[in-house]
Each structure stands twice: as C-alpha cells, then as structure tokens.
Design a protein around this ligand. Sequence first.
Ligand SMILES: [Ca+2]
Length: 308
Amino acid sequence: MTRVMQGRSGGSSLPRLQAGREPGHNHAAGENEVQMIRLFFAAFLPAFLALLLASAPARAAQCGGDFNAFLAAMAREAQAAGVSRAVIETAFAGVALDQNVLAFDRRQRGTFRKSFEEYTATRVNPSRVNRGRQALQKHAQLLARVEAQYGVPKELLVAIWGLESDYGAGDIGKLPVVRVLATMAHDCRRTERFQGELIAALKILQRGDLTLNTMIGAYAGELGQTQFLPSNYIKYGVDYDGDGRIDLRRSVPDVLASTANLLKSNGWQRGQPFGEGTANFQAMREWNNSELYRRVMHYFAERLASGR
Ligand SMILES: [Ca+2]
C-alpha cells in the first residue's frame, strides 16, 4: 500500500510519460527527459501496475459468447494471477467446449432428494464398511500420525476416503480437468466459481503436482482419491510422503493428510464430537455443504469406530 501511495505522490512525472507516447517524441527527448522516464519506470511503474491489478475485478473473463475469446480472456486472468505463459499455452492448446459436461451438470442439479436411510443404504453398505476396517488396519501407522498431527479422527478420514473413491480403488474420474473447468467457466450459471477453479488447476500444473496428462478428474473438476476441487488442492494440499509433489491421485499419505488439513484449516476441534449440531459438523461444510452427506460421513465414521 505504501508503495502505491508513493506512486501517486510522484504522479507529476506521469504527463511526461504520456507525452513520450506521441509519435516521434522519444527521438526528440533530451538526455534529462529520457533519464526521468527511465526513473519513472524503475521507481513507480511497479506500483502503478500493482494498483491496476488490485483494482481490477478478480474474475473478469466474460462468460458465454465465443469460446476462444473466452479462453484468451482466461489466459490473461491466469497470467495476472501468476501462472506462466508457457503453462497456460500448453494447458489451453486444443481445448474445446464439452457439451457432455454441460449436459451431465444440468442432469445433476436438483436430483438429490434421497432420505438419510435411502442414502446410507446405498453409500454405507457392508462391503464398504468391511473394506474401511481393512484400510484402518493396513494404514494404521500413517493414520495415527495424521490424526496426531491434525486432530481429525482416523475413522472419519477413512469414511471420506471410502465414500469418495472406495479407498482409491474406485472411480476418480476420467475427464481432462482443464477442458471440464473451461467448459463450466464459460457457462454463465456459475462462471465466477469455475473461473477460480480453472486458474487453480493451472496453478497445480505450474507447481508440478500433476501434469496435463495426469490432471484427470470428475464432472466438476474434482481430483484424486478424496475428490478435491482444484482450489482446495492449492489451499489444503499436503506433500505428506515428502517426494516434493502433492499427488492426490496416487499418494495415500498425501490424500489422507490433505483431507485432514482441509478440516483442520476450517476449524476442526480435536477430541470433540462431530455429529449434527456440533462445531465440527460445521467445519465439515468446507468438505461438503450438504447436511445429508455430512450426516452420512458421521454415521460411517461411527460404524468404523464402533466395529458394528
Ligand atoms: Ca507427495
């Protein structure tokens, strides 16, 4: 902020710079004037650029309309958000609107009307509970470390893992995430949210956590064994196996620690209950806004803990 203010108070050099843009003017400029312009660029331009970027709306790409024009606008947004041109160009090469993604999304909206009993019967079946208990044993050491560090019960982490991808063995999506998110962002219904997700996906590529070939996900761009949205991947992802990359598709330690970190970062209280009406039930909103889904998560975790 201080730098911006300095830039403003030094605004007396601005008319000079504008005059300098007139054709031929630079050639006629005296040594002093050239020096002043150089000084301006060195001292004040970064502050002016920062001011411009700060005052621009966070998501400026216009939804709808020509898809390629939209992608070009998104490329500028992504660059302003710190993604390199090389990453953007590689990621956007050949990306086209995917009508199947839109059709799927339209079918999904408003179809979630099951009761708790109906939902648990399909999602928490005996086979999934048994495999959950096996996962608790198989990964006992890792889960104990994650629980000690983040304060989130291991049974809840395993329940989430089971619900989202059958402990990594199930479907974690087959769609190129950049194409999905570009399509959803271009659509005007939730453009702002998906523009943010698209930029987050580009940041994942830039960080080297995933490559364009491995950035494969589900119909809303969810990634990995606990189906993280790209923005959550960026915010809460943890490299828990220490290989230098956050890999939520293949690394079980990264998956479980990142899931625990998401809950901890959203106010999870160690050692406290997490059923309906508790503070921890609220903390689980960042995971899933649906109360029904959170009740199923709680129920499943209790089943795993009680051995019933
Ligand atoms: Ca890792």
